[in-house]
Design a protein around this ligand. Structure first.
Ligand code: MFK
Ligand code: FAD
Length: 496
């Protein structure tokens, strides 16, 4: 019998993740830490089951049926198994509800769940992130009617009443520049707002609600004239006829996620707040989903490294397991080091978000969160691609073969840098965040971190980097084009 290589085994993503365990042990009070354990353990079990199930499943894509046999428009979308289980998993383990609990630790407890659930969920976490963002923006709007209407569904612990929300921003004319939005909002004779237009990417098309940007009739051009609306997509068990699913997109990755092109033909809508400054009103959504993106990117890195390490322990070359080949071990160690930096940045954002939302933050921490959110999103988005690519190479040719399940990691990772603001857009957003006190909050945080440690060499290198960045910002303060051209370099330096 010829030699046969065993496939890589996924170690339990919770019990074997010393980084996550150490972070939670350090950050959480003992009683909250203990209360979290059962959900994290169960989500880890689910991840192992999903990895094994994926190896035996060939069906990857949702299927859209637009018409029934008798010519009736139905726009029915058949989902993959993980998606069918999504509402039950989310509500049973309080994935969203945890983040809106009454504690500065709520976000950390939520994001630990997200980190473990993400890959098994097959990007069901994408609409979950948008639902979390919608809940956050609706709370921030202070709109009592919408708070009472939508939040009990978005944060439900019962799958029968749980709703997903989409985020309808991108149009054919502009995804980064949403100021070019063409969708119109018009009031009917009864005073009901209705939306008319085309949304070019809708990743929560099976959701029950969405937040949508639209231009109220008579408003001017540009982003400031847009309004933010809440919509519902269902009329009882049927999709509302004013929402038409044109097609599902055929994508490089995230193939289980039903990303649709849609038309709105008079869909009823309710403004969250004033009928202008919709971009400002949608900013809480962006910042929450960008935090999710960073955590999910880190989850992809963790998965790729865990599989590559397991393989290295069992695959032999030149007389010994790969893990005993010094250069292969060094390659894995380099991946691990980069991953640990990204993990710390992403979870620091989660930690800060909870502290800021619950009034537990130090004075500089709100501004720090505002800056670290785009930095974490852009840094982890790029690093996920690099790490997944290198991890695939660790499997040799097997890493390139579709039914090992490995190429999907790389294809899926490519999305983190594109959606929710590309790397360039996030670099420009970090310039926005640096307006005012500039690097002050980061400097304060670094001083706190560095004074607590004993690595004088690292402390002085970081201070020098911040000084150089501050000089660069000062020198080009009046030259907007120069600032923008250098924004990516600056953002990468600060994130690193
Ligand atoms: C599994 C992982 C989970 C992830 C799920 C992902 C699901 C994917 C779904 C999507 O991709 S949804 C679409 C996401 N689209 C974007 O992220 C849009 C990217 N483009 C930007 O972010 C642009 O920078 C932006 C649209 C915001 C620029 O618009 P404008 O109108 O040119 O912005 P402007 O005038 O600079 O800012 C308007 C206001 O918003 C300002 O406040 P004021 O009115 O008070 O002056 C800004 O300060 C504020 N603002 C903008 N970005 C902000 C923000 N405030 C706080 N945080 C931010 N990030
Ligand atoms: P463009 O804005 O045309 O950007 C093209 C390039 O130009 C990019 O590299 C960008 O970095 C660069 N660029 C743009 N402006 C600048 C600038 N000022 N300076 C420097 N460089 C710049 N959107 C939704 O609203 N809802 C969804 O549910 C949703 N789901 C998605 C799911 C998937 C799988 C994907 C891939 C996208 C999804 N999107 C969704 C859309 C996504 O948010 C946009 O594709 C993204 O914001 C980029 O917009 P765009 O495609 O119009 O690219």
């Amino acid at each position: 019998m010829a030699f046969l290589q065993d496939p890589p085994q996924l170690p339990h993503p919770y019990r074997s993740d010393r980084l996550l365990l150490a972070w939670l042990d350090r950050a959480l009070p003992a009683n909250r830490r203990a209360a979290l354990d059962a959900d994290l353990d169960a989500l880890g079990d689910y991840a192992v089951m999903a990895w094994q199930r994926a190896g035996a499943t060939t069906r990857r894509k949702p299927v859209l049926t637009q018409w029934d046999a008798w010519g009736q428009r139905v726009d029915r979308i058949e989902l993959t198994p993980a998606w069918q289980e999504g509402a039950a998993m989310t509500t049973r383990h309080a994935v969203l509800a945890a983040g809106h609990g009454d504690s500065e630790h709520a976000r950390l407890e939520e994001f630990a769940r997200v980190y473990l659930y993400h890959l098994a969920s097959e990007f069901y976490t994408c609409p979950l992130a948008m639902t979390d963002g919608a809940a956050t923006a609706i709370k921030a709007s202070g709109n009592r009617e919408l708070i009472e209407r939508a939040l009990p569904h978005f944060l439900s612990r019962d799958p029968a009443t749980f709703w997903l929300s989409g985020q309808w921003m991108t149009e054919t004319a502009g995804g980064s520049d949403v100021g070019d939005t063409e969708t119109r909002a018009r009031q009917d004779a009864a005073g009901q707002w209705r939306l008319y237009g085309r949304k070019w990417f809708s990743s929560a098309v099976v959701g029950e609600a969405a937040l949508a940007l639209a231009r109220p009739e008579g408003a001017g051009s540009g982003g400031a004239a847009l309004a933010l609306f809440y919509v519902e997509t269902m009329d009882g068990a049927r999709r509302r006829p004013e929402l038409i699913v044109d097609r599902l997109k055929d994508k490089l990755g995230t193939q289980e996620l039903p990303t649709a092109e849609i038309h709105l033909d008079g869909l009823p809508a309710w403004p969250l707040g004033e009928l202008a400054n919709g971009v400002r009103q949608v900013a809480p959504v962006l910042n929450v989903t960008r935090s999710w993106n960073a955590i999910c990117a880190v989850a992809s890195m963790a998965r790729a490294i865990a599989l590559a390490r397991d393989f290295a322990e069992h695959r032999r070359a030149f007389g010994r397991p790969l893990i005993e080949q010094p250069l292969h071990a060094q390659t894995l160690a380099d991946l691990q080091a980069q991953f640990e930096g990204a993990f710390a940045l992403a979870f620091e954002v989660a930690h800060l978000l909870g502290r800021v939302e619950h009034g537990a933050a130090a004075p500089h921490e709100a501004a720090l969160l505002r800056l670290l959110t785009p930095l974490a999103k852009l840094w982890t988005g790029k690093l996920a691609v690099a790490i997944c690519s290198e991890a695939l190479e660790c499997f040799g040719g097997a890493g390139y073969i579709e039914d090992t399940g490995l190429p999907q990691l790389l294809r899926d990772a490519q999305v983190y840098a594109i959606w929710e603001g590309t790397t360039n857009v996030l670099s420009l957003d970090s310039l926005r965040a640096l307006a005012g006190d500039g690097l002050g909050p980061l400097r304060t945080a670094c001083t706190d971190w560095l004074d607590g440690g004993d690595d004088m060499h690292a402390a002085s290198a970081i201070r020098q980097t911040l000084d150089a960045a501050a000089r660069w910002l000062d020198r080009h303060a009046a030259a907007r084009d120069t600032l923008e051209a250098g924004a990516r370099g600056l953002a990468f330096t600060l994130a690193r």
